[in-house]
Design a protein around this ligand. Sequence first.
Ligand code: 5GP
Ligand code: ZN
Length: 114
Amino acid sequence: MNDCLFCKIAAGEIPSTKVYEDDAALAFRDIAPQAPVHVLVIPKKHIGGFSDIEGEDDAALAHLWRVAAAVAKSEGIAQSGFRVVSNCGKDAQQTVSHLHLHVLGGRALSGEMA
Ligand code: 5GP
Ligand code: ZN
């Protein structure tokens, strides 16, 4: 996916502030943070969004959630609490079509989901 922003970030073609990386996943700071901690966790494999998840992605996605949990711990928000969000499609205002988990914390978040 040559034209995918997060594929380019995963490939190191566009710089990012990485907080975790392994063969299958990358976590980096959101360029426009909505909370004191706002990290994006992506699979290195291109998956457009939640609607594009397929059975072959099961292991990669389980890994993604574990990386999100590890990031929360390493960012120091595991005890205070945090939110994991993934927007899918137009109504959810997904702006980058490469599956990503937002890990948000470091302040009291709104009680509502949106
Ligand atoms: P979405 O709106 O698709 O759920 O989330 C996309 C996120 O990517 C947004 O929070 C936005 O701030 C972030 N973002 C967009 N472009 C870049 C970029 O070039 N670098 C980084 N680190 N984050 C980006
Ligand atoms: Zn991509």
